[in-house]
Design a binder for this molecule. Structure first.
Ligand SMILES: [Zn+2]
Length: 241
């Protein structure tokens, strides 16, 4: 199916583009600032390419690290302007961890990021479909796979392997997905740290070679990988453009 046909299918499945991906869009805001009628701060139309998107994320994380976040695009004017449509400039696949909300660690606001979150940023069909939707329907130029230090999902996978025990329920799916990224030697902390980075790189590689993602837009989306440090707030880029 060509890109045009895929877009038509997506439109049929999701309806109006502007409102259809609210479930995927940015949701974080700083307490007390989201509903204030502050100065007009219209959302940017989106950078023209992946490099511009990556630069914007780097700048946002620098503000976050310095504890001088701008909290952009949170005013009621922005919320109103976005009702008619959205132009997010990056899709971020990250962990569900409550300490790593993409909109905060990259200091972005409403309409800026599509966010897809699973424990350990594990891929499945729903995740892949969500990323393809961003690429195909909204022309999002950049996909970021964001792991983080001290990831509990990776730690659970290390422990499951060490104990030769399959975790209950759907946790088994997460462990199976993370297991190939785990080193066989080292201390528990070392294996968790290495596993986080290797899993990010493996996930980036999987998305880069995903023919469906390439087919969902005009050529392959740029996919990069990074690790967020809980202590410093810093995002280090493991796989870049
Ligand atoms: Zn995690």
């Amino acid at each position: 199916m060509g890109a045009t046909g895929r877009r038509a299918v997506l439109r049929g499945a999701f309806g109006l583009v502007g409102a259809g991906v609210a479930l995927l869009g940015a949701g974080a805001c700083a307490a007390g600032t989201a509903v204030s009628a502050g100065p007009v701060d219209p959302p940017d139309p989106g950078p023209p390419d992946a490099a511009g998107a990556l630069a914007r994320l780097r700048e946002g994380n620098a503000r976050w690290q310095e504890v001088h976040p701008a909290h952009p695009h949170e005013g009621v004017e922005v919320r109103t302007a976005l009702v008619g449509g959205q132009h997010p400039f990056a899709t971020v696949l990250s962990c569900v961890d409550s300490r790593v909300p993409p909109e905060l660690v990259f200091d972005q606001g409403l309409g800026d990021l599509l966010t897809v979150r699973t424990a350990g940023e594990v891929l499945d069909d729903a995740v892949r479909g969500s990323i393809e939707f961003g690429r195909g329907e909204l022309a999002v130029p950049l996909v970021v796979v964001l792991g983080h230090s001290s990831c509990g999902a990776v730690a659970a996978a290390v422990d499951a392997v060490d104990r030769a025990r399959t975790p209950p329920g759907h946790l088994a799916h997460l462990v199976a997905a993370l297991r190939p990224a785990l080193p066989s030697s080292g201390t528990r902390a070392e294996r968790i740290a290495a596993g986080v980075d290797t899993h990010v790189r493996r996930t980036v590689a999987a998305l880069r070679r995903d023919p469906d993602l390439a087919a969902s837009g005009a050529g392959a989306a740029a996919v990069v990988g990074a690790r967020y440090d809980l202590d410093t707030g810093r995002v280090d880029w493991l796989e870049t453009l």
